[in-house]
Design a protein around this ligand. Structure first.
Ligand code: BGC
Length: 736
């Protein structure tokens, strides 16, 4: 039977109660299994974050004991791998993987994740995240592809393809979810869920493009954000949900609210008096599935019965949900089949290692890297709180941070921390590797042990720190680290943040290294031993002093299960680093926002007490070779650029050719430059290649105040090069 006919037929048999139930997504972790069974019998449309036998039981109840036997769709936050399952493959965070600027890699990662999620039976992941992180104080920066709409759109669309495959009904295809719609990352003060003061024009220019790309790639679902825009909660923003998402973007899947947001209309945003109001407005605005606000069920039934809400509103929502379920093939196979035995299999681990390698960004190298083991090295000291902490390496959204009932939180092998990666790499070389913890990332957690008293000279060094008991406890750790490093030929120092400083509820007002980490750097600096600093963190931190004191700096963000191995491979030159930053690093917290595509101002754009430029710019990243750009041409007819790229060094490498456009004159102020294309090119030492990049019309468009997109005729600068920095780009000017 055709999908439409099948679904119309089904809807015609549904009561108002069954329609309301179909719109519900029940949080099993909150209500427990007993209540979840009840909802399954009533015909609830979905459950979230439930695994194993509980999930199988709920599926069976829906298919066998509910009146209409409509299969359930299970949703899960598999956002960098199927990470709530401790046996699954854990990839780098989205931000880390964005450093690869590699569409194919992201597609592959999503494919592997889909296979693992599907093998568990689950049919839907709440990924990819398409919010932009333009102020890294935001706690969810790690979940994004960084600060740029074009990069986010390209990588997001690649993930959608990877999750969904060619056919959603495939055994290993799962529905993806573009989230959080829209403008969520732009909240005031980078405080999660606060109001966003942006206009619909700005939304169309900056924040909508990634969602457009995801929709064009066939993304089956969209999650509506917690936030609000100019005082209107997204949950009731009919213009954004209907006029823009459905009519303009032609989105044809179903929408899902974020967690409990229908209740938040009453309790937090205070725009509704009661559940009846909140449920009616949420349904009218275009929310198809309601996550977690179970009061919606009774309330929306009441609204229909009492004539305040037309039943056709529920029909439309249910039609969207059932259509996706149909496309997923749930009536043939209510749970996905996946590939038995594939969860955490060696091929998937290989993909995680490759993702980790491509996520590594070399930010500074005073010619010190790669370490040549033929030189006389006898001892390497690996120091720092994040050198041997798998939780810091994993970051947010794993079985540690979001445990599912019944799943234990203990770290599960295999994984490789940086310390382990260095030790494995040096095995058999006779080089001694010493390790010391150094200090806590975050004072809430302490390394347990007995330490001698704090030396007087150290206490003096930190006269500017709070001399509380906790600070003193940290000093022995630093003391121990300095002793461990003494006499080493090289220090590898791993600093950063930990998972309790990232994610929801964890925005930061201060992006400096927390705890005593800077003191640790200063003390190690007194030894005058070459030092490689590795940043294992969820986001850009303000590290100018650390950069100054280090001979080399590597950024790995949260690199997943094999990040330690990947970083060691970079340090010892087994691979040539190719990562590029998808987000700028501010010099100091107050320099935020520091994203590259700012609108021009005329007061020089700098604070009196801070340099103008970021510490590291969008697109930046070194390798063990360097590239020369020449002969830039742009064919106006085909909108295709060509440029000659030469590997000038002695090692083969991968260069990411970045293309930016600047509109010389436009009727509204536009960014100083906008990324409009990129491609990765592999070049042997000395090799040259002509690289072509075709630009979309969007590269030249202006979004007018009324929201229309037009190409205003005139001159455009087309720039190509190694990063967003002016000195890294060559340009031509063309007329369109
Ligand atoms: C987050 C979403 C997530 C949902 C379900 C919410 O708190 O904002 O990103 O998908 O929870 O776990």
């Amino acid at each position: 039977m055709e999908s439409n006919e099948f679904i119309d037929n089904l809807i015609s048999k549904m009561t108002v109660e069954q329609k309301a139930a179909q719109m519900l997504q029940v949080p099993v972790s909150v209500v427990g299994m007993e209540e979840a069974r009840k909802w399954a019998r009533l015909g609830a449309g979905s459950f979230l974050n439930v695994l194993g036998s509980d999930m199988e039981e709920l599926s069976r109840i829906s298919c066998e004991e509910s009146d209409l036997k409509i299969p359930v769709i299970f949703g899960i936050d598999a956002v960098h791998g199927h990470c709530l399952n401790p046996d699954a493959t854990i990839f780098p965070s989205q931000l880390a993987m964005a450093c690869s600027w590699n569409r194919k890699l992201l597609e592959k990662v999503a494919q592997v994740t889909a296979a693992e999620v599907a093998t568990e039976g689950i049919q839907w992941t709440f990924s990819p995240i398409l919010c932009l992180a333009r102020d890294s104080r935001w706690g969810r920066t790690d979940e994004t592809f960084g600060e740029d709409k074009y990069l986010a759109g390209e990588l997001g669309a690649a993930m959608v393809k990877g999750y969904q495959g060619d056919d959603l009904s495939g055994d290993c295809s799962i529905a993806s979810c573009a989230k959080h719609y829209i403008g969520y990352g732009e909240s005031s003060g980078a405080r999660d869920s606060y109001d966003t003061e942006i206009t619909m024009r700005k939304i169309r220019e900056q924040f909508l493009p990634p969602f457009r790309k995801a929709t064009e790639a066939g993304c089956a679902t969209v999650m509506i954000s917690y936030g609000s825009i100019d005082g209107t909660p997204m949950t009731i923003n009919k213009t954004a949900l209907k006029d823009v998402l459905r009519d303009e973007l032609k989105f044809d899947g179903f929408t899902v609210t974020d967690w409990d947001t229908v209740n938040y209309l009453i309790t937090r945003q205070m725009v509704c008096r009661d559940h009846s109001d909140a449920s009616r407005l949420a349904a009218l605005a275009g929310n198809d599935m309601i996550m977690s606000s179970l009061e919606f069920y009774e309330a929306v039934i009441g609204e229909v019965r009492e004539g305040r809400l037309d039943e056709s509103v529920l029909d439309e929502a249910v039609r969207h949900i059932l259509t996706v379920k149909y496309r997923l093939g749930l009536w043939d196979s209510p749970l996905k089949k996946g590939i038995p035995g594939s969860i955490g299999c060696s091929a998937h681990h290989e993909a995680a290692l490759e993702a980790a390698r491509q996520s590594v960004v070399l930010l500074k190298n005073d010619g010190f890297l790669p370490i040549n083991l033929k030189r006389k090295i006898r001892k390497i000291a690996v120091i720092g709180p994040n050198a041997d902490d798998i939780r810091a390496q994993y970051g947010d959204w794993t079985y540690f941070t979001h445990p599912v009932p019944g799943i234990e939180k203990e770290p599960r092998r295999p994984y490789v921390t940086l310390l382990e990666g260095v030790r494995d790499r040096l095995e058999g070389t006779g080089i001694e590797v010493t390790y010391s913890y150094g200090c806590s990332v975050n004072r809430r957690y302490y390394y347990k042990g007995n330490y001698p008293g704090i030396p007087e000279f150290m206490a003096m060094c930190y006269a500017d720190n709070d001399h509380d008991a906790e600070t003193y406890k940290e000093l022995p750790f630093i003391n121990e680290a300095v002793s461990a490093a003494r006499g080493a030929d090289l220090i590898i120092l791993a600093l950063g943040d930990n998972y309790d400083q990232t994610g929801e509820y964890n925005d930061r007002a201060d992006l400096n290294l927390s705890g005593m980490q800077e003191a640790l750097v200063r003390m190690l600096g007194t030894l005058h031993i070459p030092m490689i600093t590795v940043l294992i963190a969820s986001k850009p931190l303000t590290i100018p002093k650390v950069v100054q004191k280090s001979d080399a700096v590597i950024c790995a963000f949260n690199g997943g299960m094999f990040s330690g191995q990947a970083i060691a491979e970079v340090i010892f030159g087994d691979i040539n680093p190719s990562g590029r930053l998808p987000i700028s690093f501010p010099v100091m917290t107050g320099q935020n926002p520091v994203y590259y595509d700012q609108l021009p101002g005329w007061h020089d754009g700098r604070y009196v007490d801070c340099p103008k430029n970021p510490l590291f710019a969008f697109g930046e990243g070194l390798s063990y070779t360097w590239y020369d750009y020449s002969d830039l041409k742009f064919d106006v007819k085909t909108k295709t650029l060509s440029v000659n790229v030469t590997n000038k060094g002695g090692m083969s490498g991968v260069e990411t050719v970045q293309v930016y456009v600047h509109d010389e004159v436009s009727s509204v102020i536009k960014p100083v430059k906008t990324l409009c294309g990129f491609t990765r090119v592999e070049l042997d030492a000395g090799q040259s290649r002509t690289v072509s990049v075709k630009l979309d019309d969007e590269a030249f468009e202006t979004v007018l105040p009324d929201g229309t997109r037009v190409i205003e005729p005139g001159m455009f600068e087309i720039m190509a090069g190694h990063s967003s920095k002016d000195e890294d780009l060559i340009k031509v000017t063309v007329e369109l």
